[in-house]
Design a protein around this ligand. Structure first.
Ligand SMILES: [Fe+2]
Ligand SMILES: [Fe+2]
Length: 280
Protein backbone atom coordinates (compact mmCIF):
# COMPACT_ATOMS: atom_id res chain seq x y z
CA UNK A 1 0.00 0.00 0.00
CA UNK A 2 1.36 3.42 -0.93
CA UNK A 3 1.95 5.88 1.94
CA UNK A 4 0.08 9.17 1.76
CA UNK A 5 3.25 11.25 1.81
CA UNK A 6 5.35 9.24 -0.64
CA UNK A 7 5.07 9.66 -4.39
CA UNK A 8 3.88 6.46 -6.08
CA UNK A 9 6.24 4.05 -7.82
CA UNK A 10 5.76 1.28 -10.41
CA UNK A 11 5.61 -1.19 -7.49
CA UNK A 12 2.35 0.39 -6.33
CA UNK A 13 0.62 -0.82 -9.51
CA UNK A 14 -1.05 -4.23 -9.45
CA UNK A 15 0.28 -5.52 -12.79
CA UNK A 16 -1.23 -8.98 -12.15
CA UNK A 17 -4.75 -7.81 -13.06
CA UNK A 18 -3.76 -6.80 -16.62
CA UNK A 19 -6.42 -7.62 -19.23
CA UNK A 20 -4.74 -7.29 -22.66
CA UNK A 21 -7.89 -8.63 -24.39
CA UNK A 22 -9.72 -5.45 -23.36
CA UNK A 23 -7.15 -3.17 -25.03
CA UNK A 24 -7.85 -1.88 -28.54
CA UNK A 25 -5.08 -1.32 -31.08
CA UNK A 26 -5.86 2.42 -31.11
CA UNK A 27 -5.67 2.71 -27.36
CA UNK A 28 -2.39 0.81 -27.27
CA UNK A 29 -0.87 3.10 -29.93
CA UNK A 30 -2.02 6.20 -28.04
CA UNK A 31 -0.43 4.94 -24.82
CA UNK A 32 2.85 4.07 -26.58
CA UNK A 33 2.96 7.61 -28.00
CA UNK A 34 2.16 9.24 -24.65
CA UNK A 35 4.87 7.12 -22.98
CA UNK A 36 7.54 8.53 -25.32
CA UNK A 37 6.45 12.15 -24.84
CA UNK A 38 6.39 11.76 -21.04
CA UNK A 39 9.76 9.99 -20.90
CA UNK A 40 11.36 12.74 -22.98
CA UNK A 41 10.83 15.26 -20.16
CA UNK A 42 14.51 15.27 -19.17
CA UNK A 43 15.11 17.75 -22.01
CA UNK A 44 12.47 20.09 -20.58
CA UNK A 45 14.23 20.00 -17.21
CA UNK A 46 17.45 21.19 -18.90
CA UNK A 47 15.48 23.88 -20.73
CA UNK A 48 13.68 25.07 -17.55
CA UNK A 49 16.97 25.12 -15.63
CA UNK A 50 18.40 27.41 -18.33
CA UNK A 51 15.39 29.71 -18.42
CA UNK A 52 15.15 29.93 -14.59
CA UNK A 53 18.88 29.87 -13.79
CA UNK A 54 18.41 32.90 -11.49
CA UNK A 55 15.74 31.06 -9.47
CA UNK A 56 17.26 28.06 -7.61
CA UNK A 57 14.01 27.43 -5.73
CA UNK A 58 12.16 26.87 -9.00
CA UNK A 59 15.04 24.83 -10.50
CA UNK A 60 14.73 22.36 -7.61
CA UNK A 61 10.99 22.13 -8.27
CA UNK A 62 11.64 21.58 -12.00
CA UNK A 63 14.08 18.74 -11.22
CA UNK A 64 11.49 16.88 -9.11
CA UNK A 65 8.78 17.58 -11.69
CA UNK A 66 10.98 16.08 -14.43
CA UNK A 67 11.56 12.90 -12.41
CA UNK A 68 7.81 12.45 -12.04
CA UNK A 69 7.15 12.99 -15.75
CA UNK A 70 9.84 10.45 -16.65
CA UNK A 71 8.17 7.98 -14.30
CA UNK A 72 4.86 8.55 -16.13
CA UNK A 73 6.65 7.48 -19.31
CA UNK A 74 8.16 4.42 -17.63
CA UNK A 75 4.80 3.27 -16.23
CA UNK A 76 3.00 3.72 -19.57
CA UNK A 77 5.93 2.18 -21.47
CA UNK A 78 6.03 -0.87 -19.19
CA UNK A 79 2.26 -1.31 -19.55
CA UNK A 80 2.61 -1.16 -23.37
CA UNK A 81 5.40 -3.77 -23.27
CA UNK A 82 3.20 -6.13 -21.25
CA UNK A 83 0.26 -5.72 -23.62
CA UNK A 84 2.46 -5.91 -26.74
CA UNK A 85 5.69 -7.90 -26.10
CA UNK A 86 7.06 -6.82 -29.51
CA UNK A 87 7.20 -3.21 -28.26
CA UNK A 88 10.60 -2.20 -26.88
CA UNK A 89 10.07 1.03 -24.94
CA UNK A 90 13.76 2.00 -24.55
CA UNK A 91 14.51 1.35 -28.22
CA UNK A 92 11.48 3.39 -29.40
CA UNK A 93 12.39 6.20 -26.98
CA UNK A 94 15.92 6.34 -28.41
CA UNK A 95 14.42 6.70 -31.92
CA UNK A 96 12.08 9.47 -30.76
CA UNK A 97 14.91 11.38 -29.05
CA UNK A 98 17.02 11.09 -32.17
CA UNK A 99 14.21 12.55 -34.31
CA UNK A 100 12.86 15.25 -31.99
CA UNK A 101 14.79 17.78 -29.89
CA UNK A 102 13.55 20.87 -28.05
CA UNK A 103 15.90 23.93 -28.12
CA UNK A 104 18.14 22.98 -25.14
CA UNK A 105 20.51 25.89 -25.64
CA UNK A 106 17.71 28.47 -25.05
CA UNK A 107 18.68 30.98 -22.36
CA UNK A 108 15.33 32.78 -22.33
CA UNK A 109 11.85 31.31 -22.54
CA UNK A 110 10.39 30.76 -25.99
CA UNK A 111 7.22 32.30 -24.42
CA UNK A 112 9.01 35.67 -24.10
CA UNK A 113 9.28 35.75 -20.29
CA UNK A 114 9.53 33.52 -17.22
CA UNK A 115 5.91 34.37 -16.29
CA UNK A 116 4.87 33.37 -19.81
CA UNK A 117 6.79 30.09 -19.52
CA UNK A 118 5.00 29.22 -16.26
CA UNK A 119 1.61 30.02 -17.79
CA UNK A 120 2.42 27.78 -20.77
CA UNK A 121 3.37 24.98 -18.34
CA UNK A 122 -0.03 25.43 -16.63
CA UNK A 123 -1.73 24.99 -20.02
CA UNK A 124 0.26 21.80 -20.69
CA UNK A 125 -0.56 20.34 -17.27
CA UNK A 126 -4.27 21.20 -17.74
CA UNK A 127 -4.17 19.23 -20.98
CA UNK A 128 -2.34 16.22 -19.56
CA UNK A 129 -4.51 16.12 -16.42
CA UNK A 130 -7.69 15.95 -18.51
CA UNK A 131 -6.13 13.57 -21.04
CA UNK A 132 -5.19 10.95 -18.45
CA UNK A 133 -8.62 11.31 -16.82
CA UNK A 134 -10.17 10.67 -20.26
CA UNK A 135 -7.83 7.72 -20.86
CA UNK A 136 -8.66 6.30 -17.42
CA UNK A 137 -12.41 6.52 -18.08
CA UNK A 138 -12.07 5.11 -21.61
CA UNK A 139 -9.87 2.14 -20.70
CA UNK A 140 -11.45 -1.17 -19.76
CA UNK A 141 -8.13 -2.58 -18.60
CA UNK A 142 -7.84 -2.13 -14.81
CA UNK A 143 -4.05 -1.66 -14.84
CA UNK A 144 -4.18 1.24 -17.30
CA UNK A 145 -7.00 2.76 -15.25
CA UNK A 146 -4.82 2.57 -12.15
CA UNK A 147 -1.78 4.10 -13.90
CA UNK A 148 -3.88 6.92 -15.38
CA UNK A 149 -5.42 7.67 -11.98
CA UNK A 150 -1.93 8.15 -10.51
CA UNK A 151 -0.73 10.20 -13.49
CA UNK A 152 -3.80 12.42 -13.69
CA UNK A 153 -3.42 13.28 -9.98
CA UNK A 154 0.25 14.15 -10.57
CA UNK A 155 -0.64 16.39 -13.52
CA UNK A 156 -3.20 18.22 -11.41
CA UNK A 157 -0.56 18.77 -8.72
CA UNK A 158 1.96 19.95 -11.37
CA UNK A 159 -0.61 22.48 -12.60
CA UNK A 160 -1.05 23.87 -9.07
CA UNK A 161 2.73 23.95 -8.60
CA UNK A 162 3.42 25.94 -11.79
CA UNK A 163 0.47 28.23 -11.01
CA UNK A 164 1.87 28.91 -7.55
CA UNK A 165 5.27 29.84 -8.98
CA UNK A 166 3.64 31.93 -11.73
CA UNK A 167 2.11 34.07 -8.98
CA UNK A 168 5.63 34.97 -7.76
CA UNK A 169 6.43 36.55 -11.12
CA UNK A 170 5.37 39.88 -12.53
CA UNK A 171 1.82 39.78 -13.82
CA UNK A 172 1.37 39.80 -17.58
CA UNK A 173 -1.52 41.78 -19.03
CA UNK A 174 -4.65 39.85 -19.99
CA UNK A 175 -4.08 39.97 -23.75
CA UNK A 176 -0.55 38.59 -23.35
CA UNK A 177 -1.84 35.78 -21.12
CA UNK A 178 -4.56 34.84 -23.61
CA UNK A 179 -2.04 34.94 -26.47
CA UNK A 180 0.39 32.63 -24.65
CA UNK A 181 -2.38 30.18 -23.69
CA UNK A 182 -3.74 30.02 -27.26
CA UNK A 183 -0.19 29.71 -28.64
CA UNK A 184 0.57 26.76 -26.37
CA UNK A 185 -2.71 24.97 -27.18
CA UNK A 186 -2.07 25.43 -30.91
CA UNK A 187 1.37 23.86 -30.51
CA UNK A 188 -0.09 20.51 -29.47
CA UNK A 189 -0.26 19.57 -33.14
CA UNK A 190 3.42 20.24 -33.72
CA UNK A 191 6.22 17.82 -34.51
CA UNK A 192 6.55 16.49 -30.95
CA UNK A 193 3.34 14.43 -31.11
CA UNK A 194 3.85 13.54 -34.77
CA UNK A 195 7.36 12.20 -34.20
CA UNK A 196 6.27 10.42 -31.00
CA UNK A 197 3.44 8.66 -32.87
CA UNK A 198 5.86 7.77 -35.68
CA UNK A 199 8.61 6.46 -33.35
CA UNK A 200 6.06 4.54 -31.24
CA UNK A 201 4.03 2.86 -33.97
CA UNK A 202 5.92 2.71 -37.29
CA UNK A 203 7.73 -0.44 -38.42
CA UNK A 204 11.31 -0.21 -37.16
CA UNK A 205 12.71 -0.04 -40.70
CA UNK A 206 10.43 2.92 -41.52
CA UNK A 207 11.39 5.09 -38.53
CA UNK A 208 12.97 8.31 -39.74
CA UNK A 209 12.41 7.30 -43.37
CA UNK A 210 8.70 7.56 -44.08
CA UNK A 211 7.54 10.31 -41.74
CA UNK A 212 4.43 12.32 -42.59
CA UNK A 213 3.93 14.94 -39.88
CA UNK A 214 0.33 15.78 -40.76
CA UNK A 215 -0.76 12.16 -40.93
CA UNK A 216 1.06 11.11 -37.73
CA UNK A 217 -0.03 14.05 -35.55
CA UNK A 218 -3.53 13.94 -37.10
CA UNK A 219 -4.02 10.24 -36.37
CA UNK A 220 -2.84 10.59 -32.79
CA UNK A 221 -4.99 13.67 -32.19
CA UNK A 222 -8.08 12.00 -33.63
CA UNK A 223 -7.62 8.93 -31.41
CA UNK A 224 -6.87 11.02 -28.32
CA UNK A 225 -9.82 13.39 -28.77
CA UNK A 226 -12.18 10.46 -29.37
CA UNK A 227 -11.68 9.35 -25.78
CA UNK A 228 -12.79 12.65 -24.26
CA UNK A 229 -16.16 13.13 -22.60
CA UNK A 230 -17.61 16.58 -21.97
CA UNK A 231 -16.57 16.49 -18.31
CA UNK A 232 -12.88 16.14 -19.26
CA UNK A 233 -13.05 19.15 -21.58
CA UNK A 234 -14.88 21.24 -18.97
CA UNK A 235 -12.18 20.39 -16.43
CA UNK A 236 -9.29 21.36 -18.77
CA UNK A 237 -11.02 24.62 -19.77
CA UNK A 238 -11.68 25.43 -16.10
CA UNK A 239 -7.96 25.00 -15.34
CA UNK A 240 -6.72 27.05 -18.31
CA UNK A 241 -9.22 29.88 -17.72
CA UNK A 242 -8.23 30.03 -14.04
CA UNK A 243 -4.53 30.13 -14.94
CA UNK A 244 -5.17 33.03 -17.33
CA UNK A 245 -6.94 34.85 -14.49
CA UNK A 246 -10.48 34.87 -15.87
CA UNK A 247 -13.59 33.72 -14.00
CA UNK A 248 -13.73 29.91 -14.12
CA UNK A 249 -17.53 29.89 -14.32
CA UNK A 250 -17.85 32.92 -16.58
CA UNK A 251 -18.98 33.25 -20.19
CA UNK A 252 -15.46 32.71 -21.63
CA UNK A 253 -15.33 29.30 -19.97
CA UNK A 254 -18.73 28.23 -21.36
CA UNK A 255 -18.00 29.44 -24.88
CA UNK A 256 -14.55 27.83 -24.99
CA UNK A 257 -15.87 24.53 -23.64
CA UNK A 258 -18.65 24.46 -26.26
CA UNK A 259 -16.26 25.21 -29.11
CA UNK A 260 -13.73 22.54 -28.05
CA UNK A 261 -16.49 19.96 -27.52
CA UNK A 262 -17.81 20.55 -31.05
CA UNK A 263 -14.34 20.28 -32.57
CA UNK A 264 -13.73 17.02 -30.65
CA UNK A 265 -17.11 15.61 -31.71
CA UNK A 266 -16.32 16.35 -35.36
CA UNK A 267 -12.99 14.54 -35.06
CA UNK A 268 -14.67 11.60 -33.34
CA UNK A 269 -17.08 11.16 -36.24
CA UNK A 270 -14.21 11.19 -38.72
CA UNK A 271 -12.29 8.50 -36.84
CA UNK A 272 -14.36 6.40 -34.39
CA UNK A 273 -12.58 4.43 -31.67
CA UNK A 274 -14.27 1.46 -30.08
CA UNK A 275 -13.39 0.46 -26.52
CA UNK A 276 -14.49 -3.11 -27.13
CA UNK A 277 -12.92 -3.96 -30.49
CA UNK A 278 -10.17 -6.59 -30.29
CA UNK A 279 -6.48 -5.69 -30.30
CA UNK A 280 -5.68 -7.53 -33.49
FE1 LIG B 1 3.08 13.52 -17.14
FE1 LIG C 1 2.88 16.93 -15.47
Amino acid sequence: MMSKTKHWTLDDIDWSVLKPDLVTAELLSAVKTAALVEANSADYVVYLNNVFKDDPEFCAVADRWGDEEIQHGEALGHWAELVDPSFNFKERLAHFRRLYQIPLEAEVSVRGSQAGELLARCVVESGTCSYYAALRDFSEDPVLRQICTFISRDESRHYRLFKLHAERYQKLNLMKRIKIAIGRVAETSDDELGYAWHAATARLEDIGVNYNREECAGTYNRIATSMYKRVHIDSAVHMVITAIGLKARGIASKVLSNVIWRVFQAKKKSYPVSASSPLS
